[in-house]
Every structure is written in C-alpha cells, then in structure tokens.
Design a protein around this ligand. Structure first.
Ligand code: UD1
Ligand code: UDP
Length: 387
C-alpha cells in the first residue's frame, strides 16, 4: 500500500463482519445467516475481546456460526480500555488492508466495535453500525463513549425503532439511518424453540417454571466496586428472604473474578437460595430466562430478552438505553441499593407480562442485508442485483 488510506477503486465488493464478544456473536448470528442466504460475499474478523469457552466458542457451536477467517491475538492480556482498543485497532486495520472490503459491519457498543469503526474510517471503508442510536446519557460509562463515537463516523446507521432514529437525527449524524428492528429479537425467535427442546438447565438445578428468579451482573460500574457488588449480594439475600424464590446467578467471568478479588465468594456461597453458576451458553440461558418469574440484571441484552419473553425485569442501574421497556411496564430501574432492588422486585413480581415487543418483528437481519446488498452494488458502480 503506497498511501495510508484506501481509494474506492482499491475496495472489493465484499463485507467484513466484526465480532468478538458474547453479545456481538448473538446479535450477529441472524445477520450471518441472512448474508449466507442472500449470497453476499463476506468474511468475519474475531477481535479476541472475549475468549473463554462459555463466552465465545460455545456460541459458535450453538448458533452454528461459521468460524471467522481472521482471529486477532494479544487482546485478552490487555486490561485498560485504551490498550485493549489499541491492540484491536491495529489488528483490524491489518486485516482490512489485506482484504479491502467495501463495508465493515459492527454491532453494539463494546470496545471491539469502536476499534473496528476507527480502523475502517481511517482507511475510507464504509461502516454499518447495527444497534445504532441507543443512549444512556451517562457520560461516565465506556459504552456511551463508544456508541456515540461509532454513530458519528458510520455511513449506515441501523436503528431499532423511532426512538434511536430521532436521537441520531437530533445529533445531526453524517450517515443514513435505517429503522430495521433489533437483531436480538431475530436471535431470540430463531433459537427459543431449540433452547426449550435441548436445554435441561431447569431440571439440572431443580428449578420449576415461573418459580425462580434469574440474575446477571457484569457492568464495570457495578462489579468493579466492592461496595456495590456487596450491596447486590445483600439484595439477593433480602430478596430470597422476602419471596422464598430461588435465585439463579449466571455470572460473567469478570464478576467471578471480582468476587474473588474482593473476597466475597464465600459470602455469596452462604446466601440461602442462591445458585451461582459460571456464565451459561446461549441456549441454556434463553431457557432459563424465558422460564423465570423475574429477571434482575444490568445487561442490555437481557433487559431486551426479558421484555421479549414477557418476564418482568428489574435493572440494577440508574439509567438504561432501553427506556421503552420502562414505558411499557416491562422493566424498573432500581439502582444498586438493596432496599430499592427488593422493593422493585416485589413490585415487578405483581406483573405478568402482556406488553408489546418494542424492538421489532424478528426480521431486522433481513432488512440490514438488503441495505448492504444495495450499497455493495452502488459502491461497485453496479445495479443492486449484480452485487
Ligand atoms: C464487555 C463490554 C460490555 C459488554 C460485555 C458483554 C466494553 C467496554 N465492555 O465487558 O459493554 O456488556 O463485554 O459481556 O467493551 N473475561 C474472561 N473471559 C472472557 C471475557 C472476559 O475471563 O471471555 C474477564 C477478564 O478478566 C477480562 C474481564 O472479564 O479482563 C473484562 O472483560 P472485557 O471484555 O474487558 O469487558 P466485559 O466486562 O466483558
Ligand atoms: N447470555 C448468555 N449466557 C449467560 C448470560 C447471558 O448467553 O449466562 C446472553 C443473553 O442471552 C444475551 C447476551 O448474553 O443475549 C447479553 O450479553 P451481555 O449481558 O454479556 O452483554 P450486554 O448485552 O450487556 O452488552
């Protein structure tokens, strides 16, 4: 390469898909299926951000995603945001120069996506951002930085619904917006029946349909602070005392590490009714969540899935991107004070679902791929049908 950037004539009429984290793999699985079905020329890059078997490999197996042709290395050792992003940026840039795709697809707000979007932007490769336009308006959290930066350097902004679209228009983004729905709905619809058929997670733990609570917590602002993590444990103890319901805690590796570092593992193990497990595979998790009476979570994806499966949700945060779940009564923001979590939990246990799904109809991936095909054709100067 003679210059530092690529010209349009240097680009090949193909798409790069960037994944590398648990939510990324799940949100991209319907897109990958649609790209294959639509006979689009594409390849995948794995950023290496998530690497444990139950955060990565298991999802390829369960979702039957083909293996990426490029795997970046050296990311897992990096602990700081800057260092982690920098290693991925450099690795992705190298692959993009080698492959020269016309479009890079990124999805969500993790460091993987920021690194990919920056690499593509510098090379003049068009960026498609899936799950664009979401905001928590909390400028302290890393995901808010990432999604705002990605949205402002992307060409194609794939949004879930009108709310995200309006936000992007208000921010005067450079790219074009497309309201397509959220691919997490596609993934949930495509996999729930399989999950019910294949998973024996309830039987394994002696759980009865609608007679248990499910919990996930992994966000930096919650689990990296000893007092906050201890507060969450106190809330679980109180919650079990007040409801008698068992609580299944599917713990992200970050959270298990933090429990250990803060010497809270034993304390957690002594809480009556609490089952702590390593993170589950997607099928087991879908089965567990869809059968739960209540979900307690700080995950973005789990808030959405609880809403999709009509499971009342309490979010262990002060803010959420998914405000539509609050408006329709599917979710309450509780923060992390034990009394508030318990009060919100008791209130949500009175609710029984019945709300609409505000994240689309399960055909988001199809719409995204239609836009991608059209654009590949346009960028190559050919009619869409020839792309
Ligand atoms: C990342 C995303 C977050 C997303 C979450 C999904 C950023 C800034 N954060 O957070 O938005 O909600 O993924 O799960 O991109 N670890 C393992 N094995 C793994 C992955 C992580 O042991 O496969 C442990 C390591 O100790 C690692 C720590 O978890 O240092 C944090 O991992 P990292 O990818 O930096 O952030 P997440 O908390 O996973
Ligand atoms: N999930 C999973 N196993 C678990 C917990 C969650 O497969 O033990 C899935 C869940 O179904 C959802 C996704 O992980 O689709 C959410 O990812 P995560 O909570 O890691 O990140 P976030 O959505 O907050 O970015």
């Amino acid at each position: 390469m003679k210059t530092k950037t690529l010209k349009r004539k240097d680009l090949n009429p193909k798409v790069a898909v960037l994944l590398g984290t648990r939510p990324g793999l799940i949100m991209f699985s319907p897109v990958i299926r649609a790209l294959i079905k639509g006979r689009v020329d594409f390849f995948m890059i794995h950023s290496g951000q998530h690497y444990s078997y139950n955060m990565d490999e298991i999802l390829f197996e369960e979702l039957e995603i083909p293996k990426p042709s490029h795997y970046l290395t050296g990311v897992a050792e990096k602990k700081l945001h800057g260092a982690q992003t920098a290693v991925m940026l450099e690795g992705i840039e190298r692959v993009l120069i080698q492959e020269r795709p016309a479009i890079l697809l990124v999805g969500g707000d993790t460091n993987t996506n920021l690194a990919g979007a920056l690499a593509a932007r510098k090379l003049h490769i068009a960026i498609g951002h899936i799950e664009s336009g979401e905001r928590s308006y909390d400028w302290r959290i890393p995901e808010e930085h990432n999604r705002r930066m990605i949205d402002h350097i992307s060409e194609y902004l794939f949004v879930t619904n009108e709310k995200g679209n309006n936000q992007l228009l208000k921010e005067n983004v450079m790219g074009r917006t497309f309201i397509v729905g959220n691919t997490i709905v596609d993934a949930a619809f495509q996999n729930i029946e399989l999950a019910k058929k294949k998973s024996a997670i309830l039987e394994k733990h002696g759980l009865q349909e609608k007679k248990y609570i499910v919990l996930t917590a992994h966000r930096e602002e919650n689990v990296d602070h000893e007092e906050t993590l201890a507060n969450i444990l106190n809330a679980l103890e109180l919650m079990h005392q007040r409801t008698g319901l068992p609580i299944f805690f599917s713990a992200h590796p970050r959270t298990l590490n933090r429990l250990k570092i803060f010497q809270l593992t034993e304390r957690a193990g002594r809480i009556p009714g609490l089952i702590i497990s390593e993170a589950l595979g997607y099928l087991d998790f879908l089965r567990l969540l869809s059968g739960a009476r209540l979900a307690l979570t700080d995950s973005g994806g789990v808030q959405q899935e609880a809403c999709i499966f009509q499971v009342p949700c309490v979010t262990l945060r002060e803010v959420t991107e998914w405000t539509e779940t609050l408006e329709i009564g599917a979710n309450i923001l509780a923060g992390v004070a034990p009394e508030k979590i318990v009060a919100a939990g008791l209130e949500m246990l009175q609710r029984d679902g019945g709300w609409p799904i505000p994240f689309g109809d399960g055909a988001a991936a199809q719409r995204i791929v239609a836009v991608v095909k059209e654009e590949l054709g346009r960028l190559a100067g050919k009619p869409a049908s020839a792309a």
